[in-house]
Design a protein around this ligand. Sequence first.
Ligand code: SF4
Length: 227
Amino acid sequence: MPADTLPPIYDALLAAFGHRHWWPAETAFETMIGAILTQNVSWTNAARAIRNLEDAGMLDPHLLAGAGADEIARRIVPSRFYNQKAERVREFSRVYVAEFAADPAVMAAVETGTLRERLLAVRGLGKETVDSILLYACGKPVFVVDAYTRRIFSRYGLLPPDASYDRMQRLFMENLPPDAALFNDYHAQVVFLGNTVCKKSPLCDRCPIRAVNGQVRCAGALAHFFL
Ligand code: SF4
């Protein structure tokens, strides 16, 4: 049962890895831009692009809203797809300035569903990006899921291997209390596990969630050991 399994999985991850302290940003706006820049690239690449913007004195919503796309693109080359992402960063910054006064508190005061719909309407912002902004920049209890979530929890037997974003998100939101702090760290733990242990070739013998509750066991681990 997911409701019985998801909390102990989190407890085991927390015990093994410690609190992950995501999102690694100094301001809410930096988190928002990071969520856009990390689309389809590693966080390391996105972080380099953010540092470039910061070094150029451009990590500011008003400056990015008024900048030329080519000017932004030059700074964010490490994030790949930099021309597309420059447009997205500029468009998002324009909306953030015009509709939310460039103030994360103003944005966070908007009802979650309404805010999610508005951000999804910004060209190039998908569900994972928007939900990352809602959770990590606005403190909304919205669970963020990604390819690591699909890999780990399908191996675990809690999701089909081709689960959609919405299906994955429902698994967590319907079986955990709506707690932004829990959602924040749970997603970060999943990313860390996917990066370091439950990789394409899983390292099940060192996995902290191979078994939880003394009886629930990862179906993927069993398959791996008996191959
Ligand atoms: S036990 Fe293996 S397959 Fe299961 S989550 Fe851990 S690493 Fe992944």
